[in-house]
Write a protein that binds this ligand. Sequence first.
Ligand SMILES: [Zn+2]
Length: 76
Amino acid sequence: MPEPAAPNRAATAAKIAANPAAYKVCEGCDSIVGSGTSLCPNCHGYRFDPASERVVHQARILGSREQTSVTADDLN
Ligand SMILES: [Zn+2]
């Protein structure tokens, strides 16, 4: 899957919402990170909510407003 140099938030959010099992939500700052992440790159928290509905919910929020919480490094 080709990776765009500068993915926009809406596209990233849609990608996350389409495959929520590959992600989880940081309990500390509500960032969406890859499911293999053990430490949040934003707040350095280590508690995550892997529930798909939570991931999709957060993805919709992120896609609807400009936020810096989605870490592109995790989207490979
Ligand atoms: Zn965090």
